[in-house]
Design a protein around this ligand. Structure first.
Ligand code: TEU
Length: 588
């Protein structure tokens, strides 16, 4: 299906170069451990399961694995609610299993980035248990506690200290009778927010991070790290259609965010040789702020995950609908980030993670052009400047799951949203469910499709969440040895990054910025110029060659067979993607 595949050699275990900023040429693979591979037959994925499947990841040419949380946790939010930062949850295994994973990865030339969830802990963390017990306990001021609103009795409706809504529906405050006070939880009530203005909190977290680095991990993906500094006045937010206030202006870029991250830099990373991959997850951030965080001279992080392209197809309050983003909007957003982070900042590049629906269903055409749309979207992303992330199953073109009923879903955000929208707000259940089908996080969390066997080869037991019925045809066993598969195409894209310095370091310039469906750009480094053209549509697209930079162009990579080697086509077929090199010899 993707014949004209050029002079990119097959993937091989890739040893990232030592020294500063090795992560600039790296490609990261995210493992969501619950859904990756179950080695012990309890229906839930685990660390041994990951070890058993490392060659699947190494075979793609991946440099780094980001592991979603495996720490001890009540699993209210699948591990993003941590009750012990320094132990492994028995669901996933033991510390010895993690050590074995690190060794097995390092042997294959891959590094490990751990998830760092320190905006909040679990309410079952000993710090919070102590904090909630009394206003005079040792950890009394480790979390964000406030008195009831004046004029209201404790616990009365309306007594919450401000009007903020939680990301997981309802108020962001919960009353604790033992203290006669409320605590802030931006996510679930079982995820109380830490008070980062307390120096004891920061010291405890930095100590914990240091111990993980001493153990051999190579960096951190920092969960909602831009939320850690709150405006201490906690002002009300603008009321949105849920009836709650939007607090993000008061915590998404709080007054001490750069101080806290600079202190982290000093206390955790500065005294260590080498470079660590640090990626800050930052909902509601802007290119200007992301540049401040990632500036190669003055920034505090290697890169951030921004959300602008993930928010283009949201409903009025950003919640889930069947809306689709247009190509011009997607192109304008992604290219703005490319240009504004420029040569001083650094992008992370992603379509998917454990919080987002599957890209081939969301921005592609999983029904009529599954292969071509999955590979076209991959090409658009991987040729950009920044560090690309591949989320488990993306390399197989895994799709959204056709769950029939709300009872099939497991995700707390999804279940709370459904209950809130349907029961409290009286919205049409069919409409709410359609939005959930299109955008729910559980689309990303169905079991990894290893084979056509029972439970997709993920587990010998009934998995914790339903398997996508399309695993009979769409699975790793059917793809890994086939160079014409989506997996084979990802290998070539990743190899291209490792072999072409212009893919890593080249300047970005947008092409055809008025075209209704084509995303095109060049990457230039000295005399080297690459051109990427992709038609993100199920209809053919006409190209005006006079609007393209002069050639001669030689084909380097194509996702469909009928590509003529050295001609920039006048028409791009549905979801055709092409990468060309200026001058030089032909790749095919
Ligand atoms: O996600 C933060 C975040 O922005 C999510 O609220 C996301 O926008 C939303 O779920 C999309 O539907 C991080 C983690 O990635 C997520 O899994 C956690 O639930 C959340 O933080 C709390 O730790």
């Amino acid at each position: 299906m993707n014949g004209a595949d050029a002079d990119v050699s097959p993937a091989r275990p890739h040893a990232a170069p030592p020294g500063a900023e090795w992560w600039r040429s790296a490609v990261v693979y995210q493992v969501y451990p619950r859904s990756f591979a179950d080695s012990n037959g309890d229906g839930v994925g685990d660390l041994r399961g990951i070890i058993e499947h490392l060659d699947h990841i190494a075979g793609l040419g991946i440099d780094v694995i980001w592991l979603s949380p495996v720490y001890r946790s009540p699993q209210d939010d699948n591990g993003y609610d941590i009750s012990d930062y320094e132990d492994i949850d028995p669901t996933f295994g033991t510390l010895a299993d993690l050590d074995d994973l690190i060794v097995a990865m390092h042997e294959r030339g891959m590094k490990l980035v751990m998830d760092l969830v320190v905006n909040h802990t679990s309410d079952e963390h000993p710090w919070f248990i102590d904090s909630a017990a009394s206003p005079t306990s040792e950890h009394a001021d480790w979390y964000i506690w406030r008195d009831p609103k004046p004029g209201f009795g404790p616990g009365e409706p309306g007594a919450e200290p401000n009007n903020w809504g939680s990301f997981f529906s309802g108020s962001a405050w919960r009353f604790e009778p033992r203290r006669g006070q409320y605590y802030l939880h931006l996510f679930s009530p079982k995820q109380p927010d830490l008070d980062w203005d307390n120096p004891h909190v920061r010291a405890a977290i930095f100590g914990m991070m240091n111990r993980w680095l001493d153990r051999g991990v190579d960096g951190f993906r920092m969960d909602v790290i831009n939320f850690i500094s709150k405006d201490p006045d906690l002002p009300d937010g603008e009321v949105v259609s849920t009836g709650f206030g939007d607090g993000t202006p008061h915590f998404a870029y709080g007054p001490r965010i750069h101080d806290h991250l600079s202190e982290m830099q000093r206390e955790v990373f500065a005294h260590r040789p080498g470079a660590y991959l640090t990626v800050g997850e930052m909902p509601s951030t802007t290119p200007e702020r992301a540049l401040r965080f990632t500036d190669s001279e003055t920034g505090q992080l290697a890169m951030v995950f921004q959300f602008e392209h993930m928010d283009l197809d949201g409903g009025p309050d950003g919640k889930w609908t069947e809306n689709r983003a247009t190509v011009p909007d997607l192109r304008a957003s992604l290219s703005r980030w490319q240009l504004e982070l420029g040569s001083r900042g650094w992008n992370s590049l992603y379509w998917n993670n454990h919080d987002q629906p599957r890209v081939v269903s969301r921005f592609g055409d999983d029904e009529h052009h599954w292969f071509a749309s999955a590979t076209a979207l991959a090409t658009v992303l991987h040729l950009q400047r920044g560090t690309p992330y591949v989320y488990q199953g993306e390399e197989l073109g895994m799709t959204n799951v056709p769950f029939e009923s709300i009872d099939d879903y497991r995700d707390i955000e999804t279940l709370n949203h459904y209950a809130d929208a349907v029961t409290r707000r009286g919205l049409d259940p069919a409409v709410v469910l359609a939005g959930i089908r299109a955008k729910s996080r559980d689309n990303a969390r169905t079991p990894m499709q290893w084979s056509a066997a029972d439970h997709a080869g993920f587990s010998s037991a009934e998995p914790w969440i339903g398997v996508n019925p399309n695993h009979l045809a769409l699975n790793a066993a059917a793809q890994v040895d086939d160079p014409a598969s989506i997996y084979g195409y990802y290998r070539r894209l990743i190899a291209l990054r490792h072999e072409e310095p212009s893919v890593v370091h080249g300047d970005f310039a947008l092409l055809l910025d008025e075209h209704p469906t084509v995303f095109g750009y060049t990457r230039s480094l000295g005399d080297e110029v690459l051109m990427m053209l992709a038609n993100l549509s199920s209809d053919a697209a006409t190209l005006d060659s006079s609007a393209l930079p002069p050639g001669p162009w030689r084909l380097l990579l194509a996702n469909t067979t009928d590509a003529d080697v050295d001609t920039v086509p006048a028409i791009l077929g549905p979801w055709d993607a092409r990468v060309f090199r200026r001058g030089g010899t032909s790749g095919a």
